[in-house]
Design a protein. Structure first.
Length: 279
């Protein structure tokens, strides 16, 4: 038996904790352990760094990279506005131009809760999203931070851009851009949180609800897909939209589905989804 060949079947276990500290502003975060990233530990689906760590005083924190400094300001402003609401954001402890450091929230994610408990608290999350989309205070925050991260343009579109010479994707991106121009003045910019999944929401020990994954929070037209992206998509009605806006909504969802299929290596499904005609 060739023992050297046999050993190759059992890859060496790698300690993926970072051996050094990360500096954010004038502060250091230690004991860094990567979050997210199935194939690239510490790298999120948006291609940004995300870690759990500790401060000098031993406090646990989450540190993650932002899209830009304006997204950090938006995140902080939304967190402040939600302090008196039923759904909360982790406290931002400090930041610089690139990274946000949040308190680490202890509790159970919704994905680990009994379905009856999820039903009990899901209405609060649904109401939260409705307030964020339609309350004038939040709409004004979106307008104030208009040049921050846009889920549609800066994530879904850019995720497909490297594939824009593959014919199905080329046609889809052309249709989406045409529809975007057509509806530019028809859709109001609002706060968007397209990642309200069961794993991204925590119920703390004192039964407070926290949204813990906020790297995709932004402003723009992406709010159209927030409900469809959420864990409660089956509990809310399909948006009642006029024809051109509905077409943009469907094409934007198509960007989401095609991009996910490509990320999973399912190119046949990606092509099928890209070819579906939308009128």
């Amino acid at each position: 038996m060739n023992l050297s060949l046999n050993f190759k079947l059992f890859p060496k276990k790698v300690n993926n904790a970072l051996p050094s500290s990360l500096r954010v502003g004038n502060e250091l975060i230690h004991n860094l352990k990567p979050l997210g990233g199935i194939f690239k530990p510490g790298i999120t689906k948006a291609g940004r760094i995300s870690f759990r760590g500790t401060l000098n005083n031993g406090s646990k924190v989450k540190v993650y990279q932002s899209f830009n400094e304006k997204q950090i300001n938006l995140r902080k402003e939304i967190g402040e506005q939600c302090k008196t609401m039923d759904v909360l954001f982790p406290k931002v402890l400090f930041n610089d131009k690139n990274f946000i450091v949040e308190e680490w929230i202890m509790g159970k994610t919704f994905s680990k809760l009994n379905p009856r408990i999820i039903d009990k608290f899901s209405l609060k999350v649904i109401n939260f999203l409705e307030v964020v989309h339609f309350d004038r205070k939040f709409i004004n925050i979106a307008k104030k931070n208009g040049d921050t991260f846009c889920y549609l343009s800066d994530y879904l579109f850019m995720r497909l851009k490297p594939w824009n010479q593959w014919l199905p994707v080329e046609r889809l991106l052309e249709k989406w851009q045409e529809s975007k121009l057509e509806t530019h003045n028809l859709i109001e910019s609002k706060i968007s949180h397209p990642d309200l999944s069961l794993t991204n929401i925590i119920l703390s020990k004192d039964e407070k609800i926290y949204i813990i994954d906020n790297e995709l929070i932004g402003s723009g037209k992406g709010w159209l897909l927030d409900g469809k992206n959420s864990f409660f998509r089956d509990k809310i009605p399909t948006p009642n939209l006029t024809s051109p806006i509905y077409k943009f909504y469907k094409l934007s969802w198509k960007l989401r589905l095609v991009g996910s299929a490509i990320d999973n290596g399912d190119f046949n499904r990606a092509e099928r989804m890209a070819k579906i005609d939308i009128n």
